[in-house]
Ligand binder design. Sequence first.
Ligand code: ADP
Length: 373
Amino acid sequence: MSEIILGLEGVGHSYDGVVEVVSGFSLGVGAGEIVCLLGPSGCGKSTVLRLAAGLETLQRGRIQLRGETVADGESGVSQPPERRNVGLVFQDFALFPHLTVARNVAFGLADLPEHQRGQRALEALAQVGMAGYAGSYPHALSGGQQQRVALARALAPRPSVMLLDEPFSGLDARLREQIRDDTLRVLKRSGAATLLVTHDPEEAMFMADRIYLMQAGKLIQSGPPAEVYARPNSEFAAKFFSNINELEGIVQNGWVATPLGPIPAAQWPSGSSVKVIFRPECLDCVPINGASGRAVLPATVTEVRFIGVARLIRVLATAENGAALDLQVRTSGAFAPEVGAKVGLSLDPARAFVFGPAQNAMQTPLAEPRSNA
Ligand code: ADP
């Protein structure tokens, strides 16, 4: 990976001196890399970003920018935000209403001589396709245009680090996609190391080179989007990215028997009580009499939702022990069964995840194998 430009090591923070809202948190962002800090509301993402920016005083751990320690919880070193040379973009854009677009962008360029400020502000506006609005006031701009101006203002001093906190949340859904796309290009062209906070997994997958998934102040998993999506390290990580289907079973000799066939579970001792989790797009729904290489479980379609790029199909099947299985299928295939249709279900075992019901299930088998009972 490229040189680390923004580094956090063992960062911890508590607002009340008692409860840590961020704890033992580390991350590194390389030059030109976009890292998304993802997690549910209140898990500590903004706190991490504010600590990196210097908007909160660091209590524990260390923060480095371009190889220099800018904050150290132990020694009390804390460089003020204006000396960190980071670009900031917030959800509300925080533009000055009484200043023109050009003056808003020039605002952070106090270090430049006056005549260069205007020039640089125009360059930054051109970077985001807003040069034609230099003389406008923020209230005359759409939300998307204001977002671009906020981005230009943050980029104008050519920061080596960009920090963005939910920068698209204030935009309506259709506009958001376009602005995300544009912002991604602008950030990549700028070469800045970017840390972007979002609670939206789709946004994180679209924007990020790497995702850092957080829960309750802690890092749960980090990696490229495709990896975190396809190989979640926990039930929480699996569920955060999509709806899921869930079955329960007991491991026997490295396999869990399920109504959808055996699933490999080599890392679990025999007797472990586990959950088998799989995403709706990993469950195939086929005509009941159709030719299929795999064994299929008969099921009845109970609901069909068409969402343009795919169909969400709900099916009801019955397990061997008589238990009802309510499962979700997401398909973009040509087969489009209607409610009431009999279908066959098949699951690619390689795309199912196996997790213990309790975190210690790997060390402590919870139940004896059923066949031994
Ligand atoms: P996120 O960005 O993931 O939504 P935050 O970092 O904003 O999470 O907040 C983490 C926790 O810290 C939350 O419980 C929040 O209520 C609390 N918190 C955030 N800012 C403050 C503050 N200034 N004073 C006290 N508590 C705060």
